[in-house]
Design a protein around this ligand. Structure first.
Ligand code: NAD
Length: 386
């Protein structure tokens, strides 16, 4: 894919004050078998070894049938914050009494979404105590179909806000989507056969590593970062909003009050490793940059997905796979060997190596276990002199 994949002219229509394009490598992760289908996974990432690790993890999952996925459906929440209400619980019930009418008003704002089978599927009201007094927060639950939905639900929230003020007698402040997309969950499961991943010791080692992330936020943060190495790379490649998905994942990980891992690992009756994941995945195929950015369009077509829901389930599979690959490496040989040999190539380039010399300089440094700029420069000097 050439450097002209996104033109300056297109970029200038996407954001403001455009002065150039910032490129990130795009690679294809291989070996993914998801719900019985072979999937090539485009990943946009600047981090070495992410794509290799995903491909390796996916290869190991194949003997157990690959990844099996499910989802909750594409429902997002919009929040409407009302304050200055004398009887917050009375107001809550008054809103719920009129929820059908509120839903109708919101749906009128997006007939296109309704035409595609989406629209408001529920109204919730949360009464919260805050340091500035009670708040009544109405949630519009909106089926966003193939849209990520932020613009769609924000428009709806703004449209019904005056009605919420009338019903509650209060004042509305914020009217905005929640990125804690707990009604848009994607799940994946894989059985990693013991013999495919290095035997019973590896199975036990992964379970032990994962157990720490279930109880310790310091470890859980890094564990989940590893999941997002895969998820975010696919979100970016498909032109979706990486921050929205990241915010959703991390807030979902903290929903119990303790920040925890988004995956679980168990040992089944056959002694194999069972990995599962559940993540919020607010991604779309229409709207945002997905239909504008030519590379995003190519990525969506490479994935062969027809709906946003299909894409969300691929994200879950990739997240689980990436996490498994990292845990396996960490709990066996450590990740530095693989990481450092890739890192060595970067160091060789920084030191001025070009063409074939990059591999030779990197290999020497990796062999000597001395991967740094000074050593790379020395090796280049030796090579050019000798
Ligand atoms: P959008 O408004 O561009 O497109 C969605 C619209 O497309 C729907 O409202 C509907 O009218 C139409 N549509 C056509 N075919 C459809 C189909 N099959 N299914 C569903 N809708 C269909 O985009 P959006 O998804 O509402 O918003 C996404 C954008 O909002 C992203 O660029 C995101 O970065 C941005 N955003 C995010 C946040 C946040 O996450 N907090 C806040 C504001 C904006």
């Amino acid at each position: 894919m050439g450097s002209a994949a996104l033109s300056l002219d297109q970029a200038d229509k996407m954001v403001e004050n455009v002065v150039g394009l910032f490129q990130v490598p795009l690679g294809l992760a291989t070996n993914f078998l998801i719900d019985g289908r072979e999937v090539l996974v485009p990943m946009a990432t600047e981090e070495p070894s992410v794509i290799a690790a995903a491909s390796n993890g996916a290869r190991m999952a194949r003997e157990g049938g690959g990844f099996f996925t499910s989802s909750s459906g594409p429902v997002m929440r919009a929040q409407i914050q009302a304050v200055g209400i004398d009887d917050p619980f009375g107001a809550k019930n008054r809103i719920l009494e009129e929820s059908d009418r509120i839903a109708e008003m919101a749906n009128q704002k997006d007939p296109m979404l309704v035409k595609f089978g989406g629209g408001v599927v529920g109204v919730e009201v949360h009464v919260l105590d805050s340091r500035i007094g009670p708040m009544v927060v109405t949630h519009l639950l909106v089926d966003c179909r193939d849209a990520m939905g932020a613009n769609a639900v924000n428009t709806m929230a703004e449209a019904v806000a005056p009605e919420i003020e009338r019903i509650t007698g209060g004042r509305v402040h914020l009217r905005i989507i929640s990125n804690l997309a707990d009604r848009r969950l994607a799940r994946a499961r894989a059985v990693f056969k013991a013999e495919a991943i290095g035997g019973t010791k590896t199975v036990q080692a992964v379970v032990a590593a994962a157990a720490l992330a279930e109880v310790d936020p310091y470890r859980a943060a890094t564990h989940n970062k590893g999941i997002m190495n895969g998820v975010t790379a696919v979100v970016l490649a498909t032109g979706n909003d990486t921050r929205a998905v990241e915010a959703g994942a991390h807030s979902y990980a903290a929903r119990s009050g303790l920040y925890r891992s988004l995956t679980r690992y168990e040992i089944n009756g056959d002694g194999d490793l069972v990995g599962t994941i559940e993540i919020p995945a607010a991604v779309g195929l229409v709207g945002g940059a997905t239909r504008v950015h030519p590379v995003a369009k190519a990525a969506v077509s490479t994935l062969g997905v027809k709906t946003a829901d299909d894409l969300s389930r691929i994200l879950a599979a990739v997240g689980l796979c990436q996490n498994f690959a990292a845990l396996r490496a960490l709990s066996t040989e450590g990740i530095q060997r693989g990481h450092m040999s890739l890192h060595a190539r970067n160091v060789a380039v920084q030191a001025g190596a070009t063409g074939d010399a990059i591999e030779r300089v990197a290999a020497r440094m990796a062999e000597e276990k001395r991967i740094n700029l000074a050593r790379a420069s020395e090796i280049i000097r030796e090579m050019t002199q000798g």
